[in-house]
Design a protein around this ligand. Structure first.
Ligand SMILES: CC(C)(COP(=O)(O)OP(=O)(O)OC[C@H]1O[C@@H](n2cnc3c(N)ncnc32)[C@H](O)[C@@H]1OP(=O)(O)O)[C@@H](O)C(=O)NCCC(=O)NCCS
Length: 165
């Protein structure tokens, strides 16, 4: 599916992730995430019923190759969806792609999905600002849930938004 980024008016292609994408996805994951998923985590999502998407920039001419700029993994169960991973390649951050991807995902659920959940590190201010902008609210805290950079632990903030309105 082709989508236009309102921020820069450039076209992007959103499609399902496949095993052939994992090399590039892992390269991005390893530079973008503090505690990256490994290949087995992505493969397990691909093998399960998780919805895995990649966002590519669209080749400007026949010699260009589409480049993966972002991806996301979602799980749905009963009437709930959970965002398991959303990552924008560092070189392409702050261009509205996080907004674009999250908006598409929120709009893509069928009517049976009533709530959209996620967990985020307390220190991840960029991501929390993105989720705030998409009307997610803090609904809980898992104290000391994640290992942190300094060898300690940090809280996971659980955020949710209602999709049923
Ligand atoms: C969080 C992330 C997905 C945002 O993607 P992005 O494409 O840079 O975000 P956008 O350009 O769409 O910006 C969305 C909003 O996020 C916030 N934001 C993003 N980067 C920010 C930064 N460096 N500082 C402050 N706010 C920031 C802003 O509110 C921004 O909205 P605005 O530009 O209208 O002010 C991206 O930073 C990322 O991949 N981070 C590493 C992986 C990660 O932490 N994923 C989330 C795990 S829970």
């Amino acid at each position: 599916m082709k989508i236009i980024n309102p921020r820069n008016q450039l076209p992007y292609c959103l499609r399902e992730m496949n095993a052939g994408d994992l090399h590039t996805v892992l390269q991005i994951e390893n530079v973008a995430q503090l505690h990256p998923w490994n290949q087995a985590s992505f493969q397990s999502s691909l093998d399960s019923s998780h919805q895995c998407y990649v966002l590519e920039n669209v080749a400007s001419d026949h010699n260009d190759k589409a480049i993966i700029v972002a991806y996301a993994v979602i799980s749905t169960a009963a009437d709930e969806a959970e965002l398991l991973n959303i990552t924008v390649s560092p070189h392409f951050q702050r261009q509205g792609l996080g907004h674009l991807l999250l908006q598409y995902l929120s709009d893509s659920f069928d009517k049976t999905i009533a709530s959209f959940f996620l967990e985020v590190r307390r220190s991840n201010h960029q991501a929390i600002a993105l989720y705030d902008a998409h009307y997610f609210n803090e609904v809980g805290v898992r104290a000391n849930y994640y290992p942190s950079n300094n060898g300690g632990r940090e809280d996971a903030i659980i955020m949710a938004k209602s999709l049923s309105l």
